[in-house]
Write a protein of this length. Structure first.
Length: 365
């Protein structure tokens, strides 16, 4: 087991900078997710940690050990790939045993450890099967057993669930978490799927063009997004243009007055340097709707454009005021006896702690 420290890491390909002076710390035993869209640098960072790529600058440390120039096979890592990377001519048993053979583990101990690893992933009965005879979920479990059986200091996983169907992905999440928590191994998990990241991680680093846009717990990234990019990528968010100006001396977390059109409301500053051109972040499930005649604090008028009944919730598309801004609101089924239909004018009730961010802010320092 080991903590991982990344210090001022840079990496470029053909003059194209992919990682730019990136630094982060991953605590020993944490399940840490690198999240982001294609091209954000998450897989490049993972491959630098693994030693598959040489760093152009900066350092990679496991605890206090500088691994920057250590070959991959000497870094004591377990690796799970998107495409499983199993040997097609080897059985499940022999695939799992491969790393132990390389470490010259005695035969009796090797057999015990391989059998135990296959049993933990529920595949002891398939030890003699070859990859072509197994489902995608079974192959991924073999790959996971192979990575863990060597008892590495660090487990690295590159989009391991992306080739599985939705039901199998959910099952594999639980299997991975059970095994990782039992072994208490430091795990770095790469994904573009925000639901996977929220469900599995102790901490998430959301990446954007070689930088970390925000680092924190799943609850922090969802509930307190640092900027519009984070809010839009993590879950679903309405990004509403507002006019705002933080008063002198105001700091992040304080509430301030904002204008949506000519309607005055209250929001919460994401930082103390908000200019007049800002965005209010409001999750669809955090917004309420009331009849237009109601007098409700922190509300604005809007018009219902579309109503969709989805069983457990009803989703509304609305236009705010007389402008062009449209938002989505999700109301749970049974939320109230009042229902709304296209053409209705309603009061849109926004939480007073809705985050106010700069309109042009796409990276956090």
């Amino acid at each position: 087991m080991a903590a991982i420290s990344i210090e001022n890491l840079t990496k470029a390909f053909g003059g194209n900078s992919v990682l730019q002076n990136l630094s982060l710390h991953i605590p020993d035993g944490a399940f840490f997710t690198l999240l982001g869209p294609s091209g954000c640098g998450k897989t490049t960072l993972l491959r630098c940690i693994a030693g598959f790529y040489d760093c152009d600058g900066g350092r990679v440390l496991f605890d206090q050990d500088d691994m920057t120039h250590v070959p991959t096979h000497h870094r004591d890592i377990g690796m799970v790939f998107q495409d499983y990377a199993l040997f097609p001519d080897k059985s499940a048993f022999d695939n799992v045993a491969y790393g132990l053979h390389a470490r010259k583990i005695p035969k009796v101990e090797l057999r015990e450890r391989v059998n135990a690893a296959l049993d933990k992933v529920g595949l002891a009965h398939l030890a003699d099967r070859y990859p072509a005879q197994m489902s995608g979920g079974q192959r991924q479990r073999v790959a996971l057993a192979r990575a863990l059986v060597i008892r590495p200091r660090v487990l690295l996983m590159d989009e391991p669930l992306s080739n599985l169907d939705a039901k199998m992905r959910t099952q594999m999440r639980d299997i991975i978490l059970d095994l990782v928590q039992e072994s208490r191994i430091t795990t770095v998990f790469v994904t573009h799927d925000q639901e996977e990241a929220l469900a599995m991680s102790d901490k998430i680093a959301l990446m954007d063009r070689g930088h970390i846009a925000q680092l924190g717990t799943p609850e922090m990234l969802y509930g307190c997004p640092a900027n519009a990019y984070v809010a839009d990528f993590i879950g679903s968010a309405n990004l509403i243009p507002v006019r705002a100006q933080a008063a002198s001396g105001q700091v992040a977390g304080e509430r301030t007055d904002i204008l949506i059109g000519e309607q005055r409301l209250t929001g919460q500053l994401a930082d103390g340097e908000i200019g007049p051109d800002a965005l209010l972040i409001a999750r669809p499930e955090h917004i309420d709707l009331q009849p237009c005649a109601a007098i409700v604090p922190n509300s604005i008028t809007g018009t219902v454009l579309r109503r969709q009944y989805l069983g457990f919730k009803t989703t509304y598309r609305l236009r705010i005021g007389e402008g062009e801004t449209e938002i989505r609101v999700d109301l749970g089924t049974g939320h109230r006896s009042v229902d709304f239909h296209p053409g209705d004018t309603v009061r849109i009730v926004l939480p007073e702690n809705s985050r106010i961010v700069r309109n042009n802010d796409s990276k956090a320092s």
